[in-house]
Design a binder for this molecule. Structure first.
Ligand code: FMN
Length: 164
C-alpha cells in the first residue's frame, strides 16, 4: 500500500471523536489561549496529561518559556469559544475579556465557562514531528459541570448524546 497522504490521514483521524479545550498560558504579562483537541490523560501516579502543540504556534513558543499551562474543557454551548481560540484574528484583539476568566495559581487564565479545567506545570517536552508533546504535571483541577461536552468529529462540532 502506498503511504497515506495528509488528506487521508486527516480524514481517517477525523473519525476519532475528541473533546475540545482551550489551552492557555501566561508569560511576562501576556495571556494566550489556543483551541486544542490533542489533549489526553497520561498518568495517574504522578498525575500527568499531555497536549500535542504544533511547533509553529504562538502557544509553542510561549509555553516553552513559561513552563505552565491550563486547559479549560468546553461545553457543547461553546463552539464559539473553540472557533475564536483557533482563529489567528484573535491575536489582534485582547484574547480574554474581563469577567470571562480568572487566573489560576500558576497565573494561567481559566475560562469561567469551562465545564472542567486543569492547571499544570510542564513536566517534559518530547519531539513529535511538526508538533511537540507537552507533558504537564497537574497542580490544580476543578469540575464545574452544567452542560454536556463539546465534541469535535470529522471536522465539525457536536454535542454528546448520553444513552440511557
Ligand atoms: C477543534 C480544533 C482542535 C485543535 N487542536 C489543536 C491541537 O491539539 N494542537 C495544536 O497545536 N493545534 C490545534 N488546533 C489549531 C490551533 O487552535 C490553531 O492553529 C491556533 O490558531 C494556534 O494558535 P497560536 O498560533 O496563536 O498559538 C486545533 C484547532 C481546532 C479548530
Amino acid at each position: 500500500m502506498a503511504d497515506p497522504d495528509q488528506i487521508a490521514f486527516r480524514h481517517a483521524l477525523g473519525h476519532f471523536a475528541s473533546g475540545v479545550g482551550v489551552m492557555t498560558t501566561a508569560l511576562e504579562g501576556r495571556l494566550h489561549g489556543m483551541t486544542v483537541s490533542a489533549f489526553s490523560s497520561l498518568s495517574l501516579v504522578p498525575l500527568l496529561v499531555l497536549v500535542c502543540v504544533e511547533k509553529l504556534t504562538v502557544m509553542h513558543d510561549m509555553v516553552s518559556r513559561s513552563a505552565v499551562f491550563s486547559v479549560s474543557i468546553l461545553g457543547e454551548a461553546d463552539e464559539g469559544l473553540a472557533r475564536f481560540f483557533a482563529d489567528n484574528q484573535r491575536l489582534a484583539v485582547p484574547e480574554f475579556r474581563p469577567g470571562t476568566f480568572h487566573l489560576g495559581s500558576t497565573g494561567c487564565p481559566i475560562l469561567e465557562r469551562a465545564i472542567a479545567w486543569i492547571e499544570c506545570r510542564v513536566h517534559a517536552v518530547h519531539d513529535g514531528g511538526d508538533h511537540s508533546i507537552v507533558v504537564g504535571r497537574v497542580v490544580e483541577l476543578e469540575i464545574r459541570g452544567g452542560q454536556a461536552p463539546l465534541v469535535f468529529y470529522r471536522g465539525g462540532y457536536a454535542g454528546l448524546r448520553v444513552a440511557g
